[in-house]
Design a protein around this ligand. Structure first.
Ligand code: DGJ
Length: 741
């Protein structure tokens, strides 16, 4: 069992072939952090690695010590892992070791998404119980280590066994004290249509955080941080990744202290949180996942990808190849009729599309974004035979049918608002802020979630629907719930997201055949919490292929490409005005779940035949494109080119994207990954996508795995770039049986 407890040294060692995590009970009874990183042999003691743990006496300045779940108010002046207010108003706690259990398997967390183990042999769990005598508070720290992956899932449970109510003001999912600060921090930042831009910053003394206070995880930042050694890159070096399975207000913070140590914390954002713990009540934090890599960032990403693809996503779509879809949004926006949709669907079918998705504008009287959210009945002006009639006609063509919904929202101009104005979130007596002309429903209220469940279930059950796109086009303002007592309003944001998870859980259980895709104006709520319900998501409203290189690369730090839709849209692109070749747009969209977002009735015969070829090519290789191990071979911040590789047992597919053309520049050596050094590979170029003659003559043919990984492909070796700006190529690398001499 990869969790060892030594009674004498009171050390807990969680280990496998790729990771060690050591904590111990200090003589004071509090729990100290000893080590986290590359695997160490499970021998008796490593206490000497921890200053506080080895000396016997705790340094008078507790800020020197490394604590596992630091408390407030007894001398550790760094940011605490939790904050509690007792009935007498005091805020000091001193939780000490109480007991522990170690068992095979992994627990779930009530009401919250979490990783799972399919078999008990896959994971082992340590439950470490701390107790603060004066308040009667128990804190149970959960650690699950996966047998084959350098990953630990953590969360905390607070139980009030005291005599008085308590108030939790902060409750982190993970706190980790690292002994040094020789790291650089990676996070992603952005805005609507510009999500997932990778930001690298030094660790400096003081607190550096990414967070959300918007009610959704947000376009601006995403609930993860990565610490990497300064020299580490995609292919080598040490890195630690921390990701939170949560879709609401989060914080991921690193505090550099005056002793050059670092404290990492992830959890619900305490700026917008408090929770009343009545006598006997308990509170569970969301789950945080820690991943270690000694082999660079691509490896770190693969561990997250494996976990999120295989042990977070659930249901029949977890492992299934995802359909190629056509979404009508950029093709028609709100302006469509049934006739128009059927014409689009019929051409889409000819081109090889498998799923037709009807986006916003099908319900109430919604001709623009100013009305009808909440009125989930078909607009018979546009759809005379309703959703059922349209869906039947589309499925009769041999296509699957998908539908867009935005269930958490309500328009001021809607029947629902006329009937239930108090269902919209707001503070009585204050104006409500509108965003995109809409309000959000109070999803913390059970009766509202029940109502939405019934209405949406009725639509889904009424028609042959096999896909739902669940959108959320505004964040929360004026947070307040009429259903919460004044001293419980701090619970609002967390209860909102618990309501969303509850609705997702009920709908995905009721309709297990449906593929759910999450969306929030693009990537406004693309996070691991959502992936537990919707195995794919829309990471950005930006469909420009050049922008997508950066966005998909940023998302891939933590998320697998099976988790994002990637669409080919019309040019000039609607977000950037840029024109790129159809082949370039397709080659970028291949690395993800391919879709189209345009009006196929406007395509020329030549474009149609190109798209049909692209779809055919994608379908034969989608297992690799969607589920293959993804490698970032060249950084998206290079002005010259980006490159990705997706590898499966069958083949490796390499996408090489040249950005701005420049004559007479030095050739590029693109080193591939994940091949067997001693094996021989047939290298070919995807001819239908177009290619530079020189790139073909220099690279295609039989090549050794060692050669492809060490010397690489030789690209862009012509002095004149004939293809101009934004030109892509796809290499297909297949192993051949013969061995190199
Ligand atoms: C925002 C989404 O990201 C788009 O794809 C589209 O569904 C619109 N909302 C519809 O309002």
């Amino acid at each position: 069992m990869p969790i060892k407890f030594d009674r004498e040294t009171k050390e807990f060692h969680l280990y496998n072939h790729a990771l060690s995590y050591i904590i111990k009970t200090l003589y004071t009874g509090s729990v100290g952090q000893v080590y986290c990183g590359a695997p160490l042999a499970p021998r008796r003691t490593y206490s000497f690695l921890s200053l506080a743990a080895s000396g016997g006496v705790l340094h008078p300045d507790k800020s020197v010590a490394r604590f596992e779940y630091p408390a407030f108010g007894t001398g550790d002046y760094r940011t605490p892992a939790f904050a509690l207010q007792l009935a007498d108003g005091s805020t000091v706690t001193e939780p000490v070791y109480h007991s522990h259990t170690i068992y095979a398997g992994k627990p779930t967390i009530p009401g919250l998404p979490s990783l799972y183990a399919e078999h008990n042999e896959e994971a082992d769990t340590l439950e470490l119980k701390l107790f603060d005598e004066l308040s009667g508070l128990y804190i149970i720290l959960y650690y699950t280590i996966f047998a084959d992956l350098p990953a630990i899932a953590r969360h905390s449970r607070f139980v009030n066994e005291g005599k008085e109510p308590l108030v939790l003001r902060k409750a982190m999912s993970l706190s980790l004290d690292l002994p040094d600060n020789n790291w650089r921090m990676l996070s992603v930042s952005g805005a609507w249509a510009r999500e997932f831009q990778i930001i690298e910053s030094p660790l400096i003394p003081g607190l550096h955080s990414v967070k959300s206070g918007k009610g959704n995880s947000g376009h601006q930042q995403n609930p993860f941080v990565i610490l990497k050694r300064p020299a580490a890159d995609d292919s080598s070096g040490q890195a630690l990744g921390f990701s939170l399975l949560y879709s609401g207000n989060f914080i991921a913070a690193v505090e550099g202290d005056c002793y050059s140590a670092s404290r990492v914390q992830l959890g619900v954002n305490d700026e917008t949180f408090s929770w009343k713990l009545e006598k006997g009540a308990s509170f569970d934090t969301p789950e945080a996942v820690l991943v270690y890599s000694g082999n660079g960032l691509n490896h770190l990403s693969h561990v997250f990808h494996t976990l999120y693809q295989r042990r977070l996503a659930r249901g029949i779509w977890r492992d299934r190849e995802r359909p190629v879809l056509l979404n009508n949004w950029e093709g028609t926006y709100f302006n469509f009729t049934e006739q128009k949709l059927l014409a689009m669907a019929s051409i889409a079918k000819e081109l090889g599309v498998e799923l037709f998705v009807l986006d916003d504008g099908w319900f109430g009287q919604r001709d623009n974004d100013a009305s009808s959210l909440g009125d989930w009945f078909a607009d018979t002006r546009k759809l005379p035979s309703g959703i059922a009639g349209l869906a039947e006609k589309i499925t009769a063509m041999g296509l699957q049918f998908g539908l867009w919904i935005e269930p958490e929202m309500i328009s001021k101009k809607s029947r629902l608002f006329e009937q239930h104005p108090d269902w919209a979130i707001g503070v009585p007596g204050r104006p409500r802020s509108e965003q995109r002309n809409q309000y959000a429903l109070d999803m913390s209220r059970r009766e509202i979630v029940d109502y939405i469940f019934t209405v949406i279930s009725d639509i889904i059950a009424s028609a042959p629907i096999s896909y739902i796109k669940w959108d959320m086009n505004r964040s929360i303002t004026e947070p307040f719930s009429l259903a919460l007592a004044p001293d419980c309003q701090g619970e609002f944001f967390h209860r909102y997201i618990l309501g969303v998870y509850d609705l997702y859980e009920r709908l995905t259980r009721a309709f297990p055949h449906i593929l759910f895709e999450s969306c929030a104006g693009g990537g406004g709520r693309f996070d691991p919490g959502m992936l537990a319900f919707a195995p794919q998501g829309w990471i950005s409203d930006n469909t420009d292929a050049v922008e997508r290189l950066r966005i998909q690369s940023g998302a891939s730090l933590v998320y697998p490409q099976s988790s994002w839709g990637s669409h080919v849209s019309a040019v000039p692109n609607h977000q950037t005005g840029r024109t790129t070749a159809l082949s370039f747009r397709a080659m970028v969209a291949f690395f993800g779940v391919l879709g189209f977002e345009l009006d196929p009735t406007t395509l020329s015969p030549q474009e149609k035949s190109q798209i049909a070829m692209y779809i055919e090519f994608y379908k034969t290789r989608r297992k690799t494109f969607q589920y293959g191990r993804l490698f970032r071979l060249a950084a998206p911040d290079s002005a010259l080119f980006t490159a990705w590789q997706a590898s499966s047992e069958e083949e490796s597919l390499v996408g090489f994207y040249k950005l701005l053309a420049q004559p007479n520049r030095p050739p590029i050596r693109l080193r591939l990954a994940d091949l067997e050094p001693d094996a021989l590979y047939a290298v070919s170029l995807w001819e239908q996508g177009g290619f530079e003659e020189k790139d073909k003559s220099c690279n295609c043919g039989l090549r050794g795995g060692d050669e492809l990984m060490q010397a690489g492909l030789l690209l862009d070796a012509t002095s004149i770039t004939k293809q101009g700006d934004f030109f892509g190529e796809i290499f297909i690398i297949k192993k051949v049986e013969e061995q190199t001499p």
